[in-house]
Every structure is written in structure tokens, then in C-alpha cells.
Ligand binder design. Sequence first.
Ligand code: GRF
Length: 193
Amino acid sequence: MAKAAFLASGNGSNFQAICEAMENTSHQPVVLIYDRKNAKVPERARELEVASRYVPYAGRSREKAEETILEILDFFNPDLIVLAGFMRILTEKVISRYEGRIINIHPSLLPAYPGTRGIEESYLSDDKELGITIHLVDEGLDSGTILKQVSFRREGTETLSEIEERIHTLEHTWYPRVVLELLDQIETEATGR
Ligand code: GRF
């Protein structure tokens, strides 16, 4: 059994897709940490019976918020930390504590279009290939080692919402696969099989 913790800020569709994919495995989603009060993601956690903790950043430094995050993570002791629409950049303190065990998904073919407008910027570009990137997290903006990229060729006649839907469908297919693969690997290493 390997344990995953999640950090998210908003809708939580990737969080849900991953938790559902974990249902028939030996792995466990142990906690969701979210930083926005009005996020939909804690509702999903309730339905999925995953523990959740609200950690606001507003009104205090990023370092202070991260101290709380680290306390929660240390308590749940996850093997892997999965960022799923988490709209904050983590500092070296968190990254180094969980070195090589924090992953993120981004809705563009990195290094193109990092940041919060990955889909729109991809859509508005002349690029023929669009897609998603799953990567290790470092202290930069969507800049860690790439683990997986999946792309598709666009016709050029699609609307922005059609492209968004296509990208989200790819995310919901591939993020659970990569997370489960990593958890399987962690479990195998731990049991020495
Ligand atoms: C996804 O598009 C992901 O690539 C990006 O944030 C979005 C999160 O969506 N990092 P959701 O909250 O999982 O529905």
C-alpha cells in the first residue's frame, strides 16, 4: 500500500478521477489539503470519504501557510504528493522535505505556456499540437522534470471550450495512470519485490 496526499485549490476533477482510479487498488488517498474556502474540491473529498484540511494563505506569509501544510503532511506521512489544480508555488522547504515525490499536471505541452493560462495561451497560439504535461515539482513555475506528455493534433476549427474539454479528458485519463504507476513503484520498492 502506498499513500497519496493531494493539494488543490478549485474544482477538483483531477482529484476525483485519481481517487476513483485508486478505489480498486491497494493504494490510499490519505488527505486533501486546499487553500480556497469556496473551492469545490472539499465537497468531492467528503463524497469520496477522503479527509480534508483547509489551509488558508490569505493574511499570512507563504512560509506560515506551508508550516501548517507540512504539519498535516507529516501527520499523514504520504509517499506521494499530488498537486491537482493547486494555485500556489511551493517553497524549497516543502520541496526538499518531499524531494522527487511531488507531482503536478499542467494543461499545455511544457515548457510552452506555464502559469495559470495554459489552455487559453495554447489555444491562441499557432501550435498544431496541444496537450498535457505531468511533471515533478520544483521551486519554479511548472518547471520540474517532465514525466509524461500526451498531445493531440487540433483541426483549427474547434472552440476554446471544445479544446478545454479535450484537454480535461486527457488529464482525467492520464493523471490517474501516472499516479498509480508511481504508487505501484513506491510499493514495490518498499516491499523489495
Ligand atoms: C487542470 O486543468 C490542471 O491541468 C491545472 O489546473 C486544472 C485543475 O482542474 N493544473 P481540476 O481542479 O482538477 O478540475
